[in-house]
Write a protein that binds this ligand. Sequence first.
Ligand code: ATP
Length: 292
Amino acid sequence: MAASSLADISERCHKIAQSYLQIKEPSSPIIRETQDAIKLTQRLVLNDIFPRWSPFNGEISFSYNGGKDCQVLLIIYLGCLWEYYKSNTNLKQFPLDTLKAVFIDQYQTFHTLEQFVEFTKKRYYLSLYESDRNHNKSLSMPEAFHRYLVDHPETKAIVVGIRYADPFAQDLKPIQRTDEGWPDFLRLQPLLHWKLSCIWSFLLYSGEPICGIYGVGFSSLGDISHTLPNPHLSKKKALPLFYEWEISHRGKGVVNCSPLSSQDSHFQNDEYFPGWYLLDDSLERCGRVKKH
Ligand code: ATP
């Protein structure tokens, strides 16, 4: 059932995270590892981020593109927002109607992903800034963020769902300023330490809808003309499913994938396992074709 407000979905996300943390006899080591990952992310958000940049006055924005990593972070972040609100005895009611977020629509993405962003924007009560598709196609990421900051000058820090396993991410820190060549803001990166297997374990357990493109052999979503199903998910080789317990426990045995849009229906196939069959972080982007 859809939540009726940001307060409502934040409370629900808090329950999801807490219920995952309370799994007593994990069926796999991945669950124990994910519990530790959640606790560290919560500590970073509640102890290091919220006391410095208020989540309630527009200083923080959330970078969201519908991908699995930012969705996991969004669920945990909303749960923290709920906890922070509850711990603040001065607040009589939840002080936000929407969560400030930014989506840079920089290249041609999957239509299913765009639909998923629209759907989840409502589900998670995001006030989502979407860079103008027609005019901004040729803008670089730094330029697009520059425009965002011109429109939203109150923004001091942006939450990013990047992980150490992502390209050029191994030396990043949970809180750091942008690099040279970027507009000046703080990057808040409390998901860095998450492994791919932890992302899937938590997301599948959550029972939340996930982008349908992951269901047809994709493990990471980039530019549509440079992203293919991941060859390591080919059904030519049998792969085990590591998250049976997570899926059957909360998701009632079915993964809640968003429907493929008609433009993407040709991706439907019997040749690839879904993205969550991939365990190895280093193979996650093997479906990405190099740009020349
Ligand atoms: P996946 O790897 O499956 O595509 P993802 O999109 O969440 O998942 P990345 O592509 O590695 O992860 O991107 C890392 C993070 O950078 C995202 O979680 C998101 O916070 C931010 N980000 C990436 N692309 C965009 C974008 N176009 N607009 C806004 N934020 C973005």
